[in-house]
Write a protein that binds this ligand. Structure first.
Ligand code: SF4
Length: 372
């Protein structure tokens, strides 16, 4: 094979959503701009020139945690726990700023059960019925089920009845038990993550899918992870988007070990290759590839729009997990700034809700008025 060009048969398989692991490995060997070009073409043919974003707020209700993840810079066992009135205050503030979603996640508390989690959702939904609750990772759902002596399926039904709308597909890290045994040995195993996610989808709870890459995993393990997400999607159809999250190496054990041998965060070009590869592997299966501006920085996130990305995630308003691990990209970006940087890339901004339906009123229109 010509190592500088993508053979027709690989392009065909990309269009059909049938890229193989060997194809993916080959695509990482060709000049990156060829890879970006194919990803950009597939992005255009799937979603056109629209770049979406959501106005949301992250609420991390506690930073205490019984977990032992070696990459975590967020956990602090002398830290805080927000009570329900404090959580509601944050939701109220978010709503007043035009948020349509709150993303609620936190550490694993030793003495909570499912009632703790449903209590948060019920309180938010009672006061703010139209706010979308995007809450609790598969690890949190697993923890809630274990602590309550109920099955994961029962925990999911309790959360759904309480008003949970969708779930973040976090805690996925790298879906390989070799990697998990090193970076997060006490976290749910690969098969358990798949089980919680699949059961959520079957219960009608859509989720996102993530990958946290750039630490001890191999390139093949990254590819296997994306292909596993593709397999789950073929069975359930429940993923709304795929969100690559680059590892932040500061203030955590895994990062300290890497820094000792002179290894830091992933090079930007590798980030862009991963976004492009995700678009190509997931083509025809998952429409939305999201770049995290908090992890990548605003400027690289803008470049990612030319490498297969069509969504920039949320305005966030408050974000503690990446900033604890050394991200200096800020915790809030206004809808106005997001729209500006989408427009200035020659693309069309569109505010969406969590399930990718356009929002044609509210802050989007207000921003337009302000800009005009
Ligand atoms: S990543 Fe989450 S589960 Fe793991 S230690 Fe940190 S807060 Fe706990």
């Amino acid at each position: 094979m010509d190592p500088t060009n993508i053979p027709e048969e690989i392009i065909e398989r990309a269009y059909e959503g049938k890229i193989t692991k060997e194809d993916a490995l080959f695509l990482l060997e060709i000049p990156p701009f060829k890879l970006f070009e194919l990803a950009d073409r597939l992005r255009y043919e799937t979603v056109g020139d629209t770049v979406t974003y959501v106005v949301n707020r992250n609420i991390n209700f506690t930073n205490r945690c019984i977990g032992t993840c070696g990459f975590c810079a967020f956990k602090d066992n002398t830290g805080y726990i927000l009570d329900i009135p404090q959580i509601l205050e944050k939701v109220k503030e978010a709503e007043s700023l035009g948020a349509t979603e709150v993303c609620i996640q936190g550490g694993l508390l030793p003495d909570v059960n499912i009632d703790f989690y449903t209590g948060i959702i019920k309180a938010v939904k009672t006061e703010f019925p139209h706010i979308h609750t995007h809450a609790f990772s598969p690890m949190e759902v697993y923890h809630a089920a274990k602590k309550s002596g109920i099955t994961v399926g029962e925990a999911l039904m309790c959360l759904k009845e309480a008003g949970l709308d969708t779930m973040p597909g976090t805690a996925a890290e790298i879906l390989s038990d070799r990697v998990r045994d090193i970076i997060c040995p006490n976290k749910l195993k690969t098969s358990e993550w798949i089980d919680v996610i699949s059961q959520a989808h079957q219960a009608g709870i859509n989720t996102t899918a993530t990958i946290m890459y750039g630490h001890i995993e191999t390139i093949e393990e990254r590819i296997d992870h994306i292909m596993l997400i593709r397999d789950i999607q073929k069975k359930t159809g429940g993923f709304l988007e795929f969100v690559p999250l680059t590892f932040m190496p500061y203030n955590n054990k895994i990062g300290d070990e890497m820094i000792k041998v002179g290894k830091y965060a992933t090079p930007g070009i590798q980030d862009l290759q991963l976004y492009a590869l995700a678009r190509i592997i997931l083509n025809t299966h998952i429409e939305n590839i999201q770049a995290s501006w908090v992890k990548l920085g605003k400027k690289l996130a803008q470049v990612a729009l030319f490498c297969g990305v069509n969504d920039l995630g949320g305005t966030l308003m408050e974000e503690k997990i990446s900033s604890s691990a050394g991200s200096t990209n800020g915790q809030f970006m206004s809808a106005q700034e997001l729209e500006w940087f989408i427009n200035s890339s020659g693309r069309k901004p569109l505010q969406r809700n969590t399930t990718y339906k356009p929002i044609l009123s509210g802050i989007h229109e207000q921003m337009k008025l302000k800009i005009a």
